[in-house]
Design a protein around this ligand. Structure first.
Ligand code: TRP
Length: 457
């Protein structure tokens, strides 16, 4: 059931595409998740593994998603139906569809914490609080039943509202202005953090690798997070690729987005770890790390009151430009392939995902006694379980995407898409990319998963 009469919405300008794709990539992954998992897995060595995953697997998978989407001019599931009719490849799209539910459900909860912190910042709630009190403040928020869910609903309603505004008016407009501003704020925080007394220990944590800390779980987490941070493995970049004009250079776009995303994550790490050590916070503190650390930094800087407000507002906006890209995967499928009214699809998907997230929010408090085992990685509450699940689903999705472009699509079609029908002369890069997508990415992903499951002893 396809509706070919629909005029597909598209991005209006070059900056629009990069801003929207970077807006999707840059979000809570960079500023909330990257620092906290870096803290858990021990710092510099983990970051190096992460960077290798980005370069050898993330970048080619991003280009592959763009290739699939722009070739097919369809959403994540429809693209596979169109490029490989009557084959099971569309299941890759389904996996992405499921991942969208998993990710957006917890994403909305964390974004809700961010909104609560905007409110706290406005109320000047951090002033005069010790690092320990700021830790309790965060614990108090996430374990309570009502407030985090209320904020989560506010955030999810905002996400749905942007999606209802359509691609051009909704996504582009917000991303273009505010992401550069976030970068500026993080820069200022970097300067404050590295000049704090006692910052040097945090700097060595970030730059002196200790490879003994790199466990198989750490490598899996680095790979999973490479996908999460670049918005890969789920069909987001397939869907966005379908909106990119035939004249754009997909490789350059993928490279720019990757560099911007990775740069922001590293700068966020540089704002956080020196402060973590300066204030005697536990680096492995987990999902609260950013929320506990940065208010301490705001307390130690001139104008900290305003920086605090601005930072959490911009973080919420960064989360919004990401969450809309996740919801868009679900809505584009409902609307295009099931011929559902876009408005109805948006409301349906948002309500279902939000309810799933609210249960996870309760798993930090009222329902924390329910501990769920995950493979060989111990037991945890429902929300942490879903975060870990996404770290495993996305690389599997990326594996199929790489195999699809590398082995299923005709080589001529792939080259045609990467070179814009031969207009772009990119011989060397095209060949490197083909090797990465055919061999390096799939073998790398399989090796990391097998290693994590203990196949290599
Ligand atoms: N990349 C975003 C972040 O870092 C989250 C995100 C948006 C995402 N779209 C996605 C993650 C698609 C995986 C797949 O916050």
């Amino acid at each position: 059931m396809e509706n070919n009469n629909v005029q597909r919405d598209g991005f209006s300008s070059k900056l629009g595409i990069i801003a929207a794709a970077a807006g999707s990539a840059i979000g809570l992954g960079n500023i909330w998740k990257f620092p906290y998992i870096t803290g858990i897995y021990g710092g510099a060595a983990f970051i190096l593994v992460y960077l290798v995953c980005i370069a050898l697997i993330g970048l080619p998978v991003m280009l592959s998603e763009f290739v699939i989407g722009r070739r097919a001019q369809k959403n994540a599931i429809g693209s596979f139906h169109k490029l490989a009719p009557k084959t099971p490849w569309f299941a890759t799209g389904w996996l992405g569809f499921a991942a969208a539910f998993v990710i957006l459900s917890f994403y909305g909860v964390v974004a809700g914490w961010t909104l609560d912190y905007v409110f706290k910042a406005i109320m000047n709630a951090f002033a005069g609080q010790s690092p320990e009190q700021l830790g309790d403040m965060f614990g108090g928020l996430i374990t309570s039943s009502f407030a985090p869910i209320a904020w989560q609903w506010v955030f999810m309603a905002a996400t749905a509202a942007v999606i209802l505004g359509g691609v051009k008016d909704g996504i582009e407009k917000y991303a273009k202005i505010l992401m550069p501003l976030l970068l500026v704020i993080i820069f200022v925080l970097d300067i404050r953090a590295v000049t704090l007394p006692g910052a040097s220990e945090g700097i060595s944590f970030l730059f002196q690798p200790d490879f003994a800390k790199v466990t198989p779980e750490a490598v899996m987490s680095a790979l999973g997070h490479a996908f999460f941070s670049l918005s890969l493995g789920m069909g987001t970049m397939i869907t966005y690729g379908s909106y990119i004009s035939k004249k754009e250079d997909l490789s350059v776009t993928a490279l720019q987005v990757t560099i911007a995303d990775t740069g922001i994550a590293l700068l966020a790490g540089l704002a956080i770890f020196p402060a973590v050590f300066a204030f005697g916070i536990e680096p492995g503190a987990g999902p609260g790390l950013v929320f506990i650390t940065l208010p301490n930094v705001f307390n130690q800087m001139p104008g900290g009151y305003f920086f605090g407000i601005l930072f959490f507002v911009l973080l919420a906006v960064a989360a919004l430009t990401s969450s809309i890209s996740i919801l868009e995967v679900v809505v584009a499928y409902f609307a295009e392939d099931l011929n559902m009214d876009r408005k109805k699809a948006t409301i349906l998907a948002t309500v279902a995902i939000t309810l799933l997230g609210s249960v996870q929010s309760l798993s930090n408090g009222m329902l924390s006694h329910i501990q769920i085992p995950f493979l060989n990685q111990g037991s945890m509450n429902f929300m942490d379980w879903m975060v870990l699940l996404s770290d495993h689903m996305l690389p599997v999705g990326g594996l199929f995407i790489s195999l699809f472009v590398g082995w299923k699509m005709a080589k001529g079609d792939v080259v045609d898409e990467v070179t814009n029908g031969g207009v772009l002369e990119e011989k060397t890069w095209t060949n490197i990319y083909l090797v990465l997508t055919k061999y390096v990415a799939p073998v790398g992903i399989i090796a990391v998963i097998a290693n994590m499951l203990g196949f290599f002893g």
